[in-house]
Write a protein that binds this ligand. Sequence first.
Ligand SMILES: Nc1nc2c(ncn2[C@@H]2O[C@H](COP(=O)(O)OP(=O)(O)OP(=O)(O)O)[C@@H](O)[C@H]2O)c(=O)[nH]1
Ligand SMILES: [Zn+2]
Length: 236
Amino acid sequence: MSDRQQPPSGAPKVGGLAGDDIGYDSEEWAAVRPRRITPEQWQQFEGYMREIFTALGMPVGSPPTVDTPRRFLRALFEATSGYEGDEKLVTAFPTECRGGPDCRISQVVEGPIPFFALCEHHSLPFFGAAYVGYVAHEHILGLSKLTRLLRLFARRFSVQERIGQQLADALVRILEPHGVAVHLEAVHLCTQMRGVREIESSTRTTYWRGSYETEDQLRMEFFDLCGPRSTGRGRT
Ligand SMILES: Nc1nc2c(ncn2[C@@H]2O[C@H](COP(=O)(O)OP(=O)(O)OP(=O)(O)O)[C@@H](O)[C@H]2O)c(=O)[nH]1
Ligand SMILES: [Zn+2]
């Protein structure tokens, strides 16, 4: 990763992290959209975190906590590795479709695919599972790429709605399929461990593109195949 700035010793190795963590282990992937954080900034940020944790009551400096500011920043950096990488590196395979209405194959449904994200309002985790379906046209996707794409969008500061939308739209761009369906089920710590402290409910969001928007049968088949009837809890 020649052109990438490395954080100081305590921070994660940027070059390895982004690619490995999202699932693209090539340098090409990791170099696509590196975050520019200088060693001086990392030192500065650790100082800020030390101050904040101390003000909140943590006895920073005791043996177990002396490295907590650094650990916290590393964890945050790792959890937001989706800012690095690019959907353009996801390649599709051609099908044998020759075009026309008879080329349609049945839908592909993958899930539950676990994900973890940080809510952009509180920077607290929300997590659960995604179900992804598509009806291919001239291209299909390697199954693992659905997981990699989901992680690309989930490992950011986001909201559940945006992750589903980004995933659906990326699949439309990459595959130009007949249709795409994305269903996410997640629980949000910002509503569970603070605020309303609502621990029983989960949040479910669904996106339809193309033929799923118009064909009831396809939507029913999607839900039958993925069976997203419980919360994301216990699946991650
Ligand atoms: N739509 C949506 N809302 C979210 C998501 N994650 C968190 N939120 C909500 O974002 C809102 C932020 O509202 P604010 O009133 O600005 O923040 P707050 O004072 O901390 O709100 P409370 O959580 O109600 O205490 C809250 O209602 C959160 O529950 C998400 O993924 N999607
Ligand atoms: Zn929140």
